[in-house]
Design a binder for this molecule. Structure first.
Ligand SMILES: *[C@@H]1O[C@H](CO)[C@@H](O)[C@H](O)[C@H]1NC(C)=O
Ligand SMILES: *[C@@H]1O[C@H](CO)[C@@H](O)[C@H](O)[C@H]1NC(C)=O
Ligand SMILES: *[C@@H]1O[C@H](CO)[C@@H](O)[C@H](O)[C@H]1NC(C)=O
Ligand SMILES: *[C@@H]1O[C@H](CO)[C@@H](O)[C@H](O)[C@H]1NC(C)=O
Length: 731
């Protein structure tokens, strides 16, 4: 066997006289202490090293300390450079444990006595002073060679003394290209460590697997909230709680004007909130929300009435403006909203009172004025009411109509609004937060940091694990901020999520297919669709641009075992190995990878924004989106009064906390970046950097176009303005 020089150990190194002559005079240069990430204007070369490396003896080594930590470090930091042929001696970066400040940049000139050749990896050590181990955040190291090219070694992780860390050059490479044994070994080790750190856990059978962590402190530090993020989060909670403190224990009912409800949103009310407050009880606004509210995912075109919803021509005649249901259905103007997924779910006990929900069916008519008008509502999935036989005769479930008594109709609509809020558990929690967690976990466990897909996805996983762990422990569960006040208790939530998980499909996660399947290609004023498809296409171009730079043939995909493990784990852990979902189990061509990754990024950015951003604006006015109702769904018409509706709506105390939760998750956080703006520099080559630049400029053009369109609208549609889409699910 040929003896290769890089298997030499440190003890042999001295004999090679590769001496680091100078590594003293350490000084923080252009230290950046303000709380902003300042983009560093540097050009990085595409090739790992050219001829310079073969001869160069003078390096400038620059260390960038992240500012996500509370402090810097007084650990003794040293690096060892591994070249293709040789290895340097340890180079100390802060002699005598000089403090390295957070957010600072340190430059060390290095003179070698022999050239190292192409740099494969930088080994990073951090020795504690006495026994005090300050872990610290290393953003990146750059190496400038002989006043010429500068090489980037991105890291963006915490450094502790127990583990030696390895930084790889920014140029993305597949396993098959990682031919140097040092690189290969490092690649394997990185994945082994990641799989130990990020373990799957079954939260509930029948639901996507989650990260094994009870509290956010159980998570690896790399994915915990940064100090800034934690501070913003704590102050948002405190702020929200202060606003509602005086109401929290109140069992008082709201008056018919909901006086004081808007005080739960001091300083946070928007034009949309004010609009909702004025128009929540109107039919056209009720219909509008199925297209552009917080849950634009349930409405579908109706070409045949469901058998369990026997609406007749007679019933809807007054709503059809002279036309007929049959005719309008033929013309594609009739729509259905069906919450059958909620059928049979039982309401939670809130404030010692039983609460209720319904599984309604709503029929809507897209009228010639471009409005989406509700024309019939049935609150049960059965044609008969639940206690139909109590008095020995079958009782039909009433079909509520706009021509009914004002309050009968409003009460029926209120049960629909409740169903729409409850359904957010599916649209928002399962289909964005929980899937985002699966995508994050699969990425962290299966892709090493030099993999191009890791570089593409990791900024889109930022804080997703942290926010989900917080969500599970503090918000959702019974006793949690929301769980205590929502009609969705633990068992009901689990049952609903199981049903929804079983019916997840790849097709409905891809927006163009989703719109097609629901038959909504041409419905007017569907801004979620219009903006969503544009964002989808921009994301698709970005993903395609980056990934096809690396995946240039079918073979490059088929042979990428890391990629295949990634998708296989998503299939088995996220989609429970259910091949009915249509989720791929392996990839064979580059377009398949691009399509899937586009869906992933769309889901955790735009789709999340469409629901989350709107949830606050439309959900803050409680009667428009109650979290529970204190009376069972009506089984008869002709009795409802406003007083009964107020009795059914949550009392003041149980209104306050859900609104506080909405409010705190919609506060501005400082450590959060809009779509396409990345604090990390992960790619080194020009091609992906150019694609990212084009991505940002496409998004900017769209953002301006949306602003312009919105200026013409009575009620602007803002959730999918790229400016307000965040790179990842993080709050
Ligand atoms: C490192 O090399 C440069 C260029 O030859 C020289 O100017 C400098 O003095 C050297 N530094 C030390 C400490 O030898
Ligand atoms: C290192 O940086 C200094 C100034 O920042 C520069 O003068 C010097 O030429 C650089 N040395 C190398 C080897 O690039
Ligand atoms: C890649 O695979 C697809 C599907 O199997 C096939 O249609 C296509 O021709 C292949 N491309 C090349 C360049 O072989
Ligand atoms: C799906 O899974 C079932 C059961 O595991 C299996 O019998 C069937 O062949 C699979 N279908 C496809 C298309 O893979």
């Amino acid at each position: 066997m040929r003896r290769l020089p890089y298997v030499l150990h440190f003890s042999n190194m001295l004999a090679l006289h590769i001496l680091v002559i100078l590594c003293l005079h350490l000084s923080p240069s252009s230290a950046n202490h303000d709380d902003q990430h300042v983009p560093i204007e540097t050009k990085f070369t595409a090739d790992i090293l050219t001829n310079t490396a073969a001869t160069c003896l003078h390096y400038n080594l620059t260390l960038y300390i992240g500012d996500g930590s509370r402090e810097g470090t007084r650990n003794l930091v040293s690096v060892v450079l591994h070249g293709v042929g040789l290895v340097s001696e340890p180079i100390e970066l802060n002699a005598r444990h000089t403090r390295l400040e957070r957010g600072s940049i340190y430059q060390v000139p290095v003179n070698l006595s022999a050239p190292l050749g192409e740099l494969i990896t930088i080994e990073l050590h951090s020795q504690p002073l006495l026994r005090i181990d300050d872990t610290w955040l290393c953003d990146k190291i750059t190496v400038q060679l002989c006043e010429g090219e500068e090489l980037l070694f991105p890291f963006y992780r915490w450094v502790n003394h127990q583990q030696t860390q390895f930084l790889r050059p920014a140029t993305a490479i597949f396993e098959s290209q990682d031919v140097n044994p040092i690189g290969q070994k490092q690649r394997r080790m990185e994945l082994e460590q990641s799989r130990k750190k990020y373990r799957w856990s079954i939260y509930e059978d029948g639901l996507p697997a989650t990260v094994a962590a009870e509290k956010s402190h159980d998570l690896p530090k790399d994915v915990q909230y940064s100090a800034k993020m934690a501070k913003d989060h704590a102050s948002a909670i405190q702020h929200a709680e202060e606003t509602i403190k005086h109401l929290l224990t109140s069992t008082e009912q709201w008056d018919h004007k909901f006086s004081g409800l808007e005080h739960l949103m001091p300083g946070a009310r928007s034009q949309i909130y004010e609009y909702v407050k004025e128009h929540w009880a109107e039919d056209s606004f009720f219909g509008y929300q199925f297209l552009n509210g917080f849950n634009p995912m349930v409405i579908q075109r109706c070409s045949e009435l469901p058998k369990n919803f026997p609406v007749t021509e007679e019933m809807v005649r007054d709503s059809m403006g002279g036309s007929t249901l049959e005719q309008e259905m033929k013309d594609g103007n009739i729509f259905l909203v069906d919450y059958r997924i909620l059928d049979g779910l039982v309401g939670n006990i809130v404030h010692d009172e039983q609460t209720y929900l319904a599984a309604p069916l709503v029929l809507l008519y897209a009228n010639p004025k471009g409005q989406m008008m509700p024309i019939a509502i049935q609150l049960t999935q059965e044609v008969t009411v639940p206690d139909a036989c109590v008095k020995g005769e079958l009782k039909q479930s009433p079909i509520f109509l706009p021509t009914d008594g004002k309050y009968d109709w409003l009460l029926a609509k209120t049960f629909v609004r409740l169903a729409d809020s409850v359904h957010l558990m599916v649209t928002l929690w399962l289909r964005t937060y929980l899937l985002g967690e699966v995508f994050s976990m699969a990425t962290l466990r299966n892709l090493p940091s030099t993999h191009p897909l890791y570089k593409l996805l990791i900024p889109h996983t930022r804080y997703n694990l942290a926010v989900n762990v917080i969500g599970r422990s503090m918000v959702m569960n019974e006793g949690g901020h929301l769980g205590k006040y929502s009609t969705v208790g633990d068992e009901t939530r689990t049952e609903l999520l199981k049903r929804a998980t079983a019916s997840l499909t790849y097709g409905t996660l891809c927006l163009p297919c989703n719109i097609f399947v629901r038959g909504l290609q041409t419905v007017p004023n569907y801004y979620y669709r219009d903006d969503g498809l544009k964002v989808f296409n921009i994301i698709n171009k970005y993903v395609d641009g980056v990934l096809t730079h690396y995946y240039t043939s079918n073979d490059s995909v088929v042979e990428d075992a890391e990629l295949q493990n990634w998708i296989s784990e998503i299939f088995t852990k996220g989609f429970l190995g259910n091949n009915q979902t249509g989720i791929p189990q392996f990839f064979t061509t580059p377009p398949e990878v691009v399509k899937f990754v586009t869906m992933v990024i769309f889901t955790i950015t735009a789709q999340h924004a469409a629901v989350q951003n709107a949830k606050f604006e439309f959900g803050g006015w409680m009667p428009n989106a109650p979290f529970a109702l204190r009376r069972p769904p009506p089984t008869e018409k002709g009795h409802a009064t406003m007083e009964q509706i107020l009795e059914a709506l949550p009392d003041k105390g149980s209104t306050a906390m859900p609104i506080a939760v909405l409010k705190h998750s919609s506060e501005d956080y400082s450590d959060v970046y809009p779509l396409g703006h990345f604090p990390e520099q992960l790619f080194g080559e020009e091609a992906p950097l150019k694609v990212i630049e084009a991505f940002r400029s496409d998004l900017k053009v769209l953002s301006d176009a949306i602003d312009e369109r919105n200026a013409q609208l009575e009620l602007p549609y803002t959730p999918l303005n790229p400016r307000d889409i965040i790179n990842s699910i993080c709050k």
